[in-house]
Design a protein around this ligand. Structure first.
Ligand code: ZN
Length: 374
């Protein structure tokens, strides 16, 4: 006790001495060094706290706009739906970590912008109030809030086990679909209930390798539910701030990775049997997220597929609806205890009446003409 007091006294003296001393060059250098050290330790503390329930900082990124420079990959509107009773055979859910919907239209994201034109874009999509990566992704894939799925932590902690609520992947796997997760963070293991996922891969943090692995799987898998997770925007947001130039460049990188997935889907002969849903786990502000602020809770939600009713829509979509939509899209029953409900706009574009001529039925030109733009 006495030694602790002595140390405290010595520290206080040192502090007073620093404040009182003349501002000689050596001292100001020392002070700069200690300021740097303090900044570093703040950064470290911020990082470790981020994985729990970090207070939002008030520091705000300066919103910036980056002009389009990247060429969009070539992909067309989805062809007309076939008459099969099951809406789709393969559902691909892509989550772009930390992607704010308002940033998509301010930056170099030609593929996401094109998807907005030829898909359904919800202007009112939100994540759960615990807007952290793991709780939120678990809600996206289980269709229930964190109080039900139980994953309220945000880092890979094996002793916490798996989600307590079944995932859409679990139900789809039960029904005989091939299920897969291609992710860029190890903590997604908590969502991959043993026996529910045929392929779990974490090829890299960088989206390039994640989508390459996912693309290979999508090429080979006719009937399935595939989840893909891209990290870049979240990483840049924590490093430099949401809406900063660095954040916008990270979105451009994720958009190029999206291009790989789009080309892969486009190349499938049964392209009309694939539904693509693109969303995010949370937005962000300053260098953080996790609060109930609009910037944190608002997420993009885009659906692209042959039965998608094209156009922006303002119905409130919850991230929990993604799980339900995936199940309904595969013709599976949505469990009653799931809070999320299917987004009908992804599933209900009418099947065209049989064509008399038959020659060009189902051609892309026809599908464009029939497209319901409301
Ligand atoms: Zn996240």
């Amino acid at each position: 006790m006495a030694s602790k007091l002595r140390t405290l006294f010595a520290l206080t003296l040192a502090l007073v001495a620093t404040v009182d001393a003349d501002d000689s060059g050596a001292q100001s250098r020392r002070r700069r060094r200690s300021d740097d050290a303090r900044a570093d330790s703040d950064r470290l503390r911020r990082r470790s706290r981020y994985d729990r329930t970090r207070e939002p900082t008030m520091r705000r990124g300066r919103p910036i706009t980056i002009a389009l420079e990247t060429e969009p990959v070539h992909f067309d509107p989805a062809p007309a739906p076939t008459t099969s009773a099951r809406p789709y055979d393969h559902v691909i859910v892509v989550s772009i970590d930390g992607l704010r919907p308002d940033a998509v239209m301010m930056t170099d994201a030609p593929n996401l912008r094109r998807l907005r034109q030829i898909g359904a874009w919800s202007t009112e999509a939100r994540t759960i109030t615990r807007s952290y990566t793991l709780p939120s992704h678990t809600s996206m894939l289980t269709g229930v809030d964190a109080d039900r799925h139980g994953l309220v932590h945000n880092n890979f902690t094996p002793r916490y086990g798996f989600t307590r609520a079944a995932t859409a992947l679990y139900h789809a796997h039960d029904a005989g679909f091939t299920t897969a997760m291609f992710v860029s963070k190890p903590k997604f293991r908590h969502i991959a209930i043993p026996g529910s996922v045929d392929v779990f891969a974490r090829p890299d943090y960088a989206c390039r390798r994640v989508v390459d692995a996912a693309a290979q799987h999508i090429r080979q898998t006719r009937e399935g539910l595939t989840f893909v997770h891209l990290s870049e925007p979240d990483g840049a947001g924590h490093e430099r701030g949401w809406m900063t130039a660095s954040y916008m460049r990270a979105i451009a990188a994720a958009d190029r990775c999206m291009g790989t997935l789009l080309q892969t889907i486009e190349a499938r002969v049964d392209r009309d049997r694939v539904l693509l849903v693109i969303s995010a786990d949370h937005g962000g502000h300053g260098r953080t997220h996790g609060s109930t602020r609009e910037e944190d809770m608002r997420i993009p939600w885009i659906a692209w597929g042959s039965r998608v009713v094209v156009g922006d829509f303002a119905d409130a979509v919850s991230t929990m609806d993604t799980a339900a939509t995936a199940l309904a899209a595969l013709g599976l029953e949505v469990p009653q205890d799931m809070v999320g409900r299917p987004v009908q706009r992804a599933l209900t574009r009418a099947v065209a009446a049989p064509q008399v001529s038959g020659a060009d039925a189902g051609s892309r030109r026809n599908s464009e003409a029939r497209r319901d733009g409301r």
